[in-house]
Write a protein that binds this ligand. Structure first.
Ligand SMILES: Cc1cc2nc3c(=O)[nH]c(=O)nc-3n(C[C@H](O)[C@H](O)[C@H](O)COP(=O)(O)OP(=O)(O)OC[C@H]3O[C@@H](n4cnc5c(N)ncnc54)[C@H](O)[C@@H]3O)c2cc1C
Length: 417
């Protein structure tokens, strides 16, 4: 029996998984459709990824973090949640005696750093610039047919090929999919007024405006609108788009100018019915494609990386086979336990705050009112941004974390305004 793992998809999660497996002594083949040139210097794609402290620690362990240029890491000092004219509430890192709520790193910078780290690892064999055409597994091994005619074989096959995973479909795993009919429009803007390191989530009539601070006068604009509207905005000339954005952000940051290419992502959330099969596992967006509103997709992907690498490593040690069914089942169980509540919660928040019907409005106001009045709720929100709980852990561990998050603390009133 060979002990190698074959990963389909060299996105940020596939690359991090290859590193985590190599650290446990496994041999890895990684197949990615994009060519090595595009992977070495990925283009800006609009996504600024909010990373939790747990994710930062894992990226450090994998040798990805040190390869990020310092200027690619932007700290978030506070978060401001608003609903229309309701000014909502602020969660402040300083008041929680933390340096930051979290950090933002561009997706393309994470991809470049993860690619460099994986390229330097002798246990990882890269097959870039070639797509997988067909994949199958049997009792003994997994087989993959590449578009250039090559055949690869492995003990364990992992699909990390996006939320629209062709491999998942090929292996007959159904997926729960929710298309919200909305799209996110993303670009960087320069603005006259300083953002003071504040991230905004600002819900409004038929649009949600988010703002992610990258430097004092540079932010990422994230506008969620019906897809047709997003397409129209995407095709505006930069000056016209800047004027439109300044108006939509009600001039709060002064005059704006567009500082990057403009990107559009349709909002489709996915949840695979199973995360594992015979000699097969799903990871990253291929397993769970989160709605980006709570900024947890990649963070959950990294939690999956830790669970799956631990399962495959333990399976080799105990059974001499990285695809042993009991350890794959453990991976599925742990990832589900980590993510189910977050997935459902995120869907609920996304639905509630984008629902224009009269009934949703009082519920929104109620939540913001409670956020202002109930420190414990704001503390829970802050904890979700600086979350420590997305690491492998037992149910008691999670209950303990939940308890310590909700436990009232001295000085909390001063900490949260
Ligand atoms: C607008 C937006 C904002 C986001 N913000 C955040 C955030 O703040 N925090 C956070 O944690 N997450 C965030 N996310 C989620 C995060 O971007 C994703 O969870 C993450 O990129 C998923 O990585 P992945 O490697 O699983 O998949 P992908 O990045 O989709 O990569 C899949 C790879 O597989 C390759 N591939 C596909 N099919 C094949 C094939 N047949 N053969 C070979 N290769 C193939 C593709 O070329 C691609 O490189 C955001 C997402 C969006 C859309």
């Amino acid at each position: 029996m060979r002990n190698n793992v074959l990963i389909i998809g060299g996105g940020p999660v596939g690359l991090c998984l290859s590193l985590a497996l190599a650290k446990r002594g496994l041999e890895v083949d990684l197949v990615e459709r994009q060519d090595a040139e595009a992977l070495t210097a990925p283009a800006y794609d609009g996504r600024e990824i909010a990373l939790t402290e747990a994710s930062i620690r894992l990226l450090q362990t994998l040798g990805v973090w040190t390869r990020l240029p310092g200027e690619a890491i932007a700290p978030v000092a506070r978060a401001h949640i608003m609903d229309g004219a309701d000014d909502g509430f602020v969660v402040d890192a300083a008041a929680l005696e933390r340096e930051r709520l979290g950090v933002l790193v561009s997706n393309h910078a994470i991809r470049a750093a993860a690619w460099q780290a994986a390229a330097a690892e002798p246990r990882i064999r890269m097959h870039a610039g070639v797509a997988v055409e067909q994949a199958s597994t049997d009792a003994v091994s997994a087989h993959v047919h590449l578009a250039d005619g090559r055949e690869l074989e492995a003990a364990l096959l992992v699909a990390a090929d996006s939320r629209f995973s062709e491999t998942r479909r090929g292996m007959g795993i159904p997926v729960h999919m929710r298309d919200m009919g909305m799209s996110m429009l993303l670009c960087r803007v320069q603005h006259a007024e300083a953002n003071h390191g504040t991230a905004w989530e600002w819900f409004g009539q038929e649009q949600t405006r988010a703002l992610l601070p990258l430097a004092e006068h540079l932010s990422s604009v994230v506008l969620t609108v019906p897809d047709g509207e997003a397409r129209q905005l995407q095709h505006l000339e930069p000056e016209a788009l800047a004027g439109e954005l300044a108006a939509r952000y009600e001039g709060r940051l002064g005059a704006m100018s567009v500082a990057s290419t403009v990107h559009r992502y349709p909002l489709v959330a996915t949840w695979a019915h199973r995360f594992v099969g015979r000699r097969f596992a799903l990871v990253g967006d291929a397993a769970i494609g989160m709605h980006p509103v709570t900024a947890h997709g990649f963070n959950l992907g990294l939690a999956g990386v830790e669970h799956l690498a631990a399962a495959a490593g333990d399976a080799v040690q105990r059974h001499g086979d990285p695809a042993h069914p009991s350890l794959l089942a453990r991976y599925q169980r742990r990832l589900r336990m980590n993510s189910a509540l977050l997935f459902v919660g995120t869907q609920t928040v996304a639905s509630l705050f984008t629902d224009q019907r009269a009934l949703a409005r009082p519920a929104r106001h109620g939540i913001l009112h409670m956020g202002r009045r109930v420190p414990v709720l704001r503390r829970a929100l802050a904890a979700s941004l600086v979350d420590e709980s997305l690491r492998p852990g037992s149910l008691p561990h999670h209950l303990h974390t939940a308890f310590s998050v909700l436990r009232p603390r001295l000085g909390l009133r001063r900490a949260l305004r």
